[in-house]
Design a protein around this ligand. Sequence first.
Ligand SMILES: [Zn+2]
Length: 129
Amino acid sequence: MPGPNELHTLAAPEMADEMLRKIHPLTPALMAMLAKLNTDEPPDHTPPPFLGSFRHRCPAQRNVSKPIDLREKYLYPSTEMAATTNSTTPAALIYREGKCKKCGQTARSTSGTVTNPDSRPPIEGRVAR
Ligand SMILES: [Zn+2]
């Protein structure tokens, strides 16, 4: 049985670049964009990429376990990145992030799913499955 971080994760960081390119040639570059975002703006928590809600001990609420709602965000390749491949299929990386309204702690996934944004637009609002 794979661990919770391995389920439904097409673009896990530990996958070899060659495997990722078979999903879409821009997948390694999109994963690098997400890794850079997580380095530049580090989140307080790194939930698995499929969660709709992540529980944290909220310092603003007597350290009680409270949910942070996670929403889908899309990372799109730049025009320069897209020009490096001859693939005509559009690609975007779905990841999830959220912020506690009480204490301000943030959560953002470290991996996501590469999809065609034309056929799979972001889910609006709270994501819980
Ligand atoms: Zn909080």
